[in-house]
Structures are given as structure tokens and as C-alpha cells.
Write a protein that binds this ligand. Structure first.
Ligand code: C5P
Length: 257
């Protein structure tokens, strides 16, 4: 199956989202895949809705994007006691999104209960993919040690958290492309690596520390790349999206999505 570039819709509200998605919706089909995938796949551009947008617009925004034909990663990074996360995931599953996440730092019981909540909220339907944030791509090795008091290397820490997520029944993790080879060696090739921190050469890194370009992420084994400001801040977002698709490689294989 085609493996997506996920566009992070980091906008303050629906008005800005509408303006942004307009050319993508008008395009109707992704010109790069027009000839090669079945019609159902043609409209399936992935977008990520994060905290800023969701807290402003709520569930109606999800319905709106689904109606427009987008696949949705709802990036709310749940991190709370197991019961609260389970109940929240039950509500999230009802929205019919395609991917959700938690912080692995919440522990295995919390992650298992997240899956239970998703299952109970998606009866008869496939539950959304659930992935765990290992370490934010804005965290440096130095910060890991001096602020979080984690003495292990970033790679080992990410792989350890990923292993806990796998044991808890999750589908994959969020990490930087730089940690993907180590993570896959520990958790197996099929465990998904969803990687933000993507920048085109020459782009401003902003607050991201552990970054790679799309081709680099592909080489390192990422399954999905998440791209925000490189697309949303460009002069021609649709053109930039297509450039990134090309660099990423539209038929990069994935296993379970
Ligand atoms: O603009 P940029 O490409 O840096 O956006 C990255 C997106 O991915 C943001 O929406 C951010 O919240 C999200 N993200 C991240 N690092 C993680 C998890 C999510 O950057 N570990």
C-alpha cells in the first residue's frame, strides 16, 4: 500500500484550514499516483490534527475533514492515569480517525488501557492505529540527561519505550528518523515508525532538534513522515507537498495500514 506523507495542520482554526486544503481538494487526485493505485486510494491524503486546532474546533473539524476525504492522525498525545486514558480513547475512537497517540512515558498499563478504550469505541469497525511518542523530536541528548535525568542514549531510550509500546499492543511509535534503525532492530520491521522532524534542505529547523530530510527518513526506514511547517509555511504548499512525496517515494512499502 502507498505510504503517506502526513501533513501537520498546525493552524489556529477552521478558516485557515479551509484556505490551506482548498488546492488539495481541487486537485482531486494526487497526480503522482493517478495511474498507479485504485480509485479509493486517490483521495487519501493524510493530515494531522494537533492540540491547537482540535482544542479550538473540536470533533466537528474531524467530521469536516473526513467529509473532504482526508485520512486523519489525531495527535493529542494522551498521558494520564490508565482509566482516564481508556475513557478518553473510547470517545476518540467514535470520531472515526485513522491514527491516534499516547506518550509511552505513561507506562504499559496506560498503553494497554488505551487500546481497550479504542476497541470499545470502535465496535464492528477497525480501531485506529495507536502509536506511542517515545521522545519528542525537540528533545536533545543533552536535555534527556540534564532535564529528564535519563542517562541512556537517545537511541536506547527510544527503543526501550518502543518495546514497552509493542508489549502493550500498540502499532508503532513516534520518534525521529535517526532512531528508526535501532528501534526496528529491537522491535522488528513491522512495528511502525512515524517520524516528524522532517525538513527539506535549506529549511529552518525551528524548534526541531533531531531532523532528517524525506529521502534520509526513507533510507533510515521510517514508515510515515509528518511534515508541518515545510509545507504549511511554503509559498506553494501543494507543490512542496508533491516535491516531498517524490523525495519520500510514493510506493515506499508498509505492512499494516
Ligand atoms: O512544523 P513541523 O514539521 O516541525 O511539525 C511537526 C509536527 O509533528 C508538529 O505538529 C508536532 O506537534 C508534531 N510532533 C513532533 N514531534 C513529536 C510528535 C509530534 O514534532 N515527537
Amino acid at each position: 500500500m502507498r505510504n503517506p506523507v502526513i501533513i501537520a495542520l498546525d493552524f489556529p482554526g477552521k478558516k485557515e484550514v479551509e484556505a490551506f486544503i482548498d488546492p488539495f481538494v481541487k486537485q482531486k487526485v494526487d497526480p503522482f499516483v493517478k495511474q498507479k493505485v485504485d480509485p479509493e486510494e486517490q483521495q487519501q491524503i493524510w493530515v494531522k490534527v494537533g492540540m491547537e486546532l482540535y482544542y479550538q474546533e473540536g470533533p466537528q473539524l474531524i467530521s469536516f475533514l473526513k467529509e473532504k476525504g482526508f485520512r486523519i492522525f489525531l495527535d493529542l498525545k494522551l498521558h494520564d492515569i490508565p482509566t482516564t486514558v481508556q475513557k478518553a480513547m473510547n470517545r476518540i475512537a467514535v470520531l472515526g480517525v485513522d491514527m491516534v497517540n499516547v506518550h509511552a512515558a505513561g507506562g504499559t498499563e496506560m498503553m494497554k488501557r488505551a487500546i481497550e478504550g479504542l476497541n470499545s469505541g470502535s465496535p464492528g469497525a477497525r480501531r485506529p492505529l495507536c502509536i506511542a511518542v517515545t521522545q519528542l523530536t525537540s528533545t536533545s541528548q543533552e536535555m534527556l540527561q540534564s532535564e529528564l535525568l535519563i542517562k541512556e542514549s537517545m537511541e536506547s531510550t527510544v527503543s526501550h519505550y518502543a518495546n514497552l509500546a509493542k508489549e502493550s499492543g500498540l502499532d508503532g511509535v513516534v520518534c525521529s528518523p535517526l532512531e528508526v534503525p535501532h528501534m526496528k532492530a529491537v522491535c522488528g520491521e513491522d512495528f511502525l515508525a512515524v517520524t516528524p522532524g522532517i525538513r527539506l534542505s535549506g529549511d529552518n529547523k525551528n524548534d526541531q532538534i533531531r531532523t532528517a530530510d524525506p529521502a534520509g527518513a526513507k533510507k533510515l526506514g521510517s514508515d510515515f513522515i509528518v511534515v508541518g511547517r515545510s509545507i504549511t509555511g511554503s509559498v506553494d504548499p501543494l507543490e512542496t507537498y508533491m516535491t516531498i512525496q517524490k523525495e519520500w517515494g510514493i510506493f515506499h512499502e508498509t505492512t499494516n495500514c
